[in-house]
Design a binder for this molecule. Structure first.
Ligand SMILES: [Fe+2]
Ligand SMILES: [Fe+2]
Length: 203
């Protein structure tokens, strides 16, 4: 009996070891799938930052201060998103991408800007929901939560852009006359669009 007990671990060791190695390999594969979608999302954020800051300068130059200020705050939200995706990529042992997903469209007219951004946010929400599902499939609840939080912010951006676009289309010059000559000041703090709307502290 004693002999059988001693021998038993030797007889099951190879199977156990194989199982453990396979599990580790599968885990690494799942991590790399999550890193891939996090980096795709980060590249989209890097594009949004460049796009919205470019529009911010343009709106400010056209003297639509209030619209320029809101655009800057939304760009700050996107900076925070890009940073959060990078932090999670690093936590998982990956390298955050540094290139934007698309080139920035410059010199857009007022009639184009808010329709363009509404579509950008809509595309982002659809993509992030797909990326979230990938993270869920990979069993990464931390990355799922990250996408949940950021999708909520993108929805707030979508709602704002969509409402401004609707006002411009329905009211045209009358709406824009209210925005002309307004202040573009956003103050010295780094709160973005969503944090200001909710009255919360910067995250
Ligand atoms: Fe974002
Ligand atoms: Fe956004």
């Amino acid at each position: 009996m004693r002999l059988a007990l001693i021998e038993r671990p030797y007889s099951i060791q190879p199977t156990k070891e194989r199982g453990r190695l396979m599990t580790r390999a599968a885990r690494e594969e799942r991590k790399s799938r999550v890193i891939e979608v996090l980096n795709k999302a980060r590249a989209m954020e890097l594009h949004a930052i460049g796009q919205y800051m470019n529009q911010h300068y343009g709106l400010d130059d056209m003297d639509f201060g209030e619209l320029a200020a809101q655009m800057k705050l939304i760009a700050i939200d996107e900076m925070r998103h890009a940073e959060k995706f990078a932090e999670r990529v690093k936590e998982l042992g990956g390298e955050p991408v540094t290139l934007a997903a698309s080139a920035v469209e410059t010199g857009q007219e007022m009639e184009v800007i808010f329709a363009f951004d509404t579509e950008l946010e809509d595309d982002g929400i659809a993509a992030y929901n797909e990326f979230r599902t990938e993270c869920e499939d990979c069993g990464d609840s931390v990355s799922v939560k990250l996408f949940d939080d950021i999708i909520n912010d993108e929805q707030a951006h979508f709602n704002y852009f969509d409402s401004v676009d609707a006002h411009i289309k329905k009211l045209g010059a009358a709406y824009l006359a209210q925005k002309a000559g307004t202040s573009s000041a956003t103050g010295l703090n780094t709160q973005g669009f969503v944090a200001r709307r909710s009255g919360g502290a910067p995250v």
